[in-house]
Design a binder for this molecule. Structure first.
Ligand code: C5P
Length: 301
């Protein structure tokens, strides 16, 4: 078999490409679609805690993956993203994807979805495909509800099942993120009969400071006062350590809340404050938010 010809604009390697995590500043479930997916309202915010991925061109057309740190499932979202991009474009090229995991799994930090978005952005470049953001989003939507956010590149007010994104600005801030050892399965939490699914829809202005800039500026105080995470009560029953993490943050004067479907919780961290040491089996991490995705210039709108 002859090797497929490599386009002139294909690259041979992309190294140390970031896949940032996210925090959901709040998460309301406002309804359910006929296909079982839930209608949400949320603010998704990028954080500078990232997985790192390396991509090497494989002109033999094979796709392969290597994990550094915790192993991913054999058919994880990285390979599925690569296959979906090839199917959509007919690209005959392959790639070796090396994933260095830093973001804990089953945390609600969006690690798997962000890795998938980074694969789409990086392979689009490596293979010289030139797809724009809209085309990549169409592919990403089928991989997972959070993937379009990471492809959008900006902090966002999110509605629908995760596909309606309105860019927002978020003031620069530091956050404490705490992840207990047990994780939570997103489908299990969403399918719980105890999940509250009828939170009243809100408008962005209810959560934004009165500002005339292009994007509404999110007001952390209003978010803390006027919202919550509807998935948290269900996750806390399945994993009582979520409550322990929140209590531990509270003992340091910090208001903790779960992100996504958990089990990580986070709190706004005052500038001068650092966290006390916690139980040895918890992941405790301090991070900052990011204004835009580090790969925002890797494709055109
Ligand atoms: O899309 P993703 O694979 O991230 O979602 C995992 C699961 O979470 C879905 O299979 C679905 O059960 C649930 N989910 C939902 N509504 C959403 C997002 C996820 O019901 N908006």
């Amino acid at each position: 078999m002859t090797a497929p010809s490599t386009p002139d604009n294909a690259l041979s390697q992309l190294r140390d490409v970031p896949a940032p995590g996210k925090l959901n500043l709040f998460l309301h479930v406002t309804g359910r679609r006929d296909d079982g997916y839930h209608l949400l309202q949320s603010v998704f915010m990028l954080i500078d805690w990232c997985d790192r991925l390396d991509f090497t061109l494989r002109p033999d057309g094979q796709l392969s993956r290597e994990d550094v740190g915790p192993s991913l499932p054999p058919d994880d979202l990285c390979l599925r993203a690569a296959r979906a991009l090839r199917e959509a474009t007919g690209c005959p090229l392959g790639a070796h994807i090396r994933v260095t995991k830093h973001l804990p799994a089953e945390a609600g930090l969006g690690g798997g979805s962000s890795d998938a978005a980074t694969c789409l952005l990086a392979l689009n470049r490596l293979w010289g495909l030139g797809l724009n953001r809209t085309a990549l989003r169409r592919i990403g939507e089928r991989l997972g509800a959070d993937v379009p956010f990471f492809l959008g590149g900006r902090n966002a007010w999110v509605e629908g099942v995760g596909e309606h994104l309105t860019p927002v600005s978020v003031p620069a801030a530091r956050f404490a993120v705490v992840k207990p050892p047990s994780g939570a399965s997103t489908p299990t939490i969403f399918s719980s009969p105890d999940l509250k699914r009828d939170t009243k829809t809100a408008i962005i202005q209810g959560f934004a400071a009165n500002d005339k800039s292009e994007h509404p500026v999110i007001d952390f105080r209003r978010i803390a006062e006027a919202s919550g995470n509807d998935l948290q009560p269900v996750a806390q029953v399945l994993c009582p350590e979520v409550g322990d993490c929140i209590d531990w943050l509270q003992s340091q004067g910090l208001q903790g809340r779960m992100t996504g479907s958990g089990t990580a919780v986070f709190a706004l961290l005052p500038t001068a404050q650092h966290l006390l040491p916690g139980p040895g089996n918890w992941v405790i991490h301090e991070c900052s938010n990011m204004d835009v995705h580090p790969l925002i210039d890797w494709c055109s709108d």
